[in-house]
Every structure is written in structure tokens, then in C-alpha cells.
Design a protein around this ligand. Structure first.
Ligand SMILES: [Zn+2]
Length: 155
């Protein structure tokens, strides 16, 4: 193991541990690293992209330390993409159905989306970082539909 200072594409110098003895392999790894932006810049880019998405989707601000908030923002951003992907999939199945039915369904998916994106505490997002939001969205939509069906039958 040896520490190497690498000048990244962004101009920042970062230290990397390169394991293994093969000199050519080490050269290749160092070269690969130098052609990429540094980890700090990657994090900053992810935070900037997540902030942009949060503004576009009118998501609430998160509470926590700057580090927690930045991390939570990227987690929420990925969750948002998963949630929207599932909702689009469901909406596509309703394509060609009467407008009233599609509107009704949109009310359901809007409320599911709002509920899943409701947490405003950064730590809450960090705690659920490994959760499968696509599966959770699908499950929640199914639950709501079943509950509505049961309610309409009971009438
Ligand atoms: Zn950098």
C-alpha cells in the first residue's frame, strides 16, 4: 500500500492509497484517477444537482448540519427519481382510460408521493438511505387502491 498524490481533472490534489505491486497497474489506476474530478468535487456536484431537483420539485428544506443536509439531499433526490419512475409506470397502464379515472389515480399518486417525501429531518433520510423507494412506492399505491376498493364495496 502506498499513498500517492494525484492531481485531478478539476485541479485539486488528493491523496490515494493504491494497493498492489504491479507498477503498470498502479500507473493505470493513477492515470484513471487523474482523468476524473476529485471526490470533494463529485460530492459538491451531487449536492448542486440535488438542490436543483429539490427546487424544481418544490420539496421542503431539510433540517440538520450542513453535512447531514447535503447527504440527505442526494438520498432524497434518488428517492424522488425512484418514486416518480414507479408513478409514471402506473400512469402508463391507465393510458386510454377515462379522464376521471386518471385524475382520481393522480390524486392517489400525488398523496403517496407527498407522504414519502414528507420527512424534513436530514437524519431521517440518512437512516433510510438503503431503502428501496421504488418498491415502497409501488406497495403504498397498491395499499391505497385496496383500501379504496374495500371502502367502495362497504358503501
Ligand atoms: Zn476537485
Amino acid at each position: 500500500m502506498a499513498k500517492h498524490n494525484v492531481t485531478h481533472k478539476c485541479g485539486h490534489v488528493a491523496q490515494h492509497d493504491i494497493k498492489g505491486g504491479q507498477p503498470q497497474l498502479r500507473e493505470w489506476k493513477l492515470n484513471e484517477l487523474s482523468q476524473a474530478i476529485c471526490w470533494e468535487c463529485q460530492k459538491a456536484n451531487a449536492t448542486a444537482a440535488a438542490t436543483e431537483q429539490a427546487v424544481a420539485a418544490a420539496l421542503p428544506e431539510l433540517a440538520g448540519t450542513e453535512k447531514q443536509v447535503n447527504w440527505a439531499m442526494t438520498i432524497r433526490s434518488k428517492a424522488l427519481a425512484s418514486i416518480e419512475g414507479v408513478i409514471i409506470g402506473w400512469a402508463m397502464r391507465l393510458d386510454g382510460q377515462p379522464q376521471a379515472q386518471r385524475d382520481h389515480f393522480k390524486t392517489i399518486t400525488d398523496s403517496v408521493k407527498a407522504a414519502l417525501l414528507a420527512p424534513t429531518n436530514a437524519q431521517d433520510w440518512i437512516n433510510v438511505r438503503f431503502e428501496d423507494f421504488a418498491a415502497k412506492t409501488d406497495e403504498t399505491i397498491r395499499e391505497r387502491l385496496l383500501a379504496l376498493r374495500a371502502a367502495s364495496k362497504a358503501k
